[in-house]
Design a protein. Structure first.
Length: 198
């Protein structure tokens, strides 16, 4: 009898810890500090173990961003989906979108975007990934808000909502902006509910 299954479980657990640590390191310490060696030390694993899973730092970072997006997408998918179109329901959905887009994942992604803006090779890999993320969040917003995305006016409202969520995430990078953010979300929810009901 072999111990293949326990080894696979340990390997998956190590990979998960590594991806989560990578996001935390990027969000907290930035791109320059978040080397493979630093991330390995923070995760409590050897550099060789990191390279067993990911050959390059860029591969590790991109896998971490993808993993965290999938985690956030799962949170969006788990949001309650009541049938009504009340402003309170719209507020709940927009709060979920803002929470999913912002936070630690956004701060980590911001580090990568900044480097990718000046590095054509990294940008060539990051841009398609970001487009896929954006499409995923957009489709979830359409589903959760129960709207017809083929209407250009509605599509513009969805895009404005997602742009607002990214702007709020950016405003929260340097200081805790939660009080103002709550007010902005409440105001936009009221406007959006009225626009969608018109």
């Amino acid at each position: 009898m072999t111990d293949t299954a326990p080894k696979q479980d340990r390997s998956r657990a190590t990979r998960q810890r590594l991806l989560e640590t990578t996001i935390r390191c990027l969000a907290t310490h930035g791109w320059d500090i978040s080397t493979v060696g630093f991330i390995a030390a923070e995760a409590g694993i050897s550099r060789g173990a990191v390279q067993h899973h990911f050959r390059t730092r860029e591969a590790l970072i991109l896998a971490a961003l993808e993993h965290m997006f999938e985690e956030r997408a799962a949170l969006l998918d788990a949001l309650p989906d009541p049938a009504d179109h009340s402003p309170e329901r719209i507020y709940t959905v927009i709060t979920g979108l803002v929470d999913a887009i912002g936070g630690e994942l956004f701060r980590a992604a911001l580090q990568v975007w900044t480097v990718a803006a000046a590095d054509p090779e990294l940008r060539a890999v990051v841009v398609p990934l970001e487009r896929r993320f954006a499409r995923g969040v957009h489709s979830r917003a359409v589903r959760l808000l129960r709207v017809d995305d083929s209407d250009p006016a509605v599509r513009a409202l969805i895009q404005a909502t997602l742009d607002l969520a990214r702007g709020l995430a950016l405003a929260d990078v340097l200081t805790d902006d939660s009080r103002r953010r709550t007010g902005v979300i409440r105001a936009w929810s009221t406007q959006l509910a009225a626009a969608l009901s018109a």
